[in-house]
Design a protein. Structure first.
Length: 241
């Protein structure tokens, strides 16, 4: 019996590989790989329905053709969402890892309260006091033309937010108001009503550490009700009655 020629075998193998490649390609385009499920993690203040609406018509789309970067860009349009990472789980699931913006302060405006994150991005507007309490920043004007998702690029606001970031653990809940004077001075008002003078500059770490130590001390607690202000402009606390 005559043997097959080597090139005939090679042609046969090449044809089989081509048929397999075409089959796999056609299979990858089938409904088996259409997006059927969307899963989200990291949501607290944003509902999953809001995220899915921002994504657009994704379900039914071939998962290999799904542009995750374009979808992430759409989802980041939500003012409360900071970062989005999307992964594909075959055959048809998109997994969204979402990092929300965290509110750190409220700005007192003419029409109510403006909630901002640590970068000065506007999150929400409130006509009345929100349920979740945050330090209130005063002495800053919020334009009527700006809305959620936009950043307030004011040096005074940046300075106030820096102060919040530099505050030691446990001090922020004791701060009711951060007032930014037009001349650059910074004053705190504790929830007890006591004024704290911090002076100028933008390095508050040491002053805030001293303030927390003072507020925690037995000596201060014994005279707290008689104290009207705490002066930290020179570094060392000076109590005023």
């Amino acid at each position: 019996m005559p043997q097959k020629k080597p090139n005939t075998v090679l042609l046969y193998i090449a044809a089989m590989i081509c048929l397999l490649a075409v089959g796999l390609f056609m299979f990858s385009k089938s409904n088996f790989f259409s997006v059927k499920d969307i899963k989200t993690t990291g949501l607290t203040n944003v509902s999953e329905d809001e995220v899915i609406k921002l994504m657009g018509a994704v379900k039914g789309e071939n998962i290999f053709l799904t542009d995750t970067e374009a979808i992430a860009k759409k989802v980041r349009l939500h003012p409360l969402i900071d970062k989005v990472e999307i992964k594909k789980a075959l055959p048809g699931t998109l997994i969204l890892k979402i990092q929300e913006r965290v509110p750190v302060a409220l700005i007192l405006s003419n029409d109510g309260m403006v909630e901002v994150d640590s970068q000065g991005t506007i999150l929400r507007f409130y006509e009345t006091w929100p349920q979740k309490d945050q330090p209130v920043i005063t002495g800053i004007q919020v334009p009527e033309t700006i809305g959620p998702g936009q950043k307030l690029g004011y040096p005074q606001l940046d300075k106030a937010l820096l102060l919040i970031r530099q505050a030691p653990e446990g001090l922020s809940p004791l701060v009711g108001e951060i007032h930014m004077n037009s001349d650059g001075q910074v004053n705190l008002y504790l929830t007890s009503g006591t004024q704290v003078k911090l002076g100028y500059g933008d390095q508050f770490t040491e002053k805030l550490r001293l303030l927390k130590e003072l507020l925690d001390s037995k000596e201060y607690k014994s005279v707290e009700k008689a104290i009207k202000y705490i002066d930290l402009t020179a570094g060392k606390p000076v109590l005023g009655r």
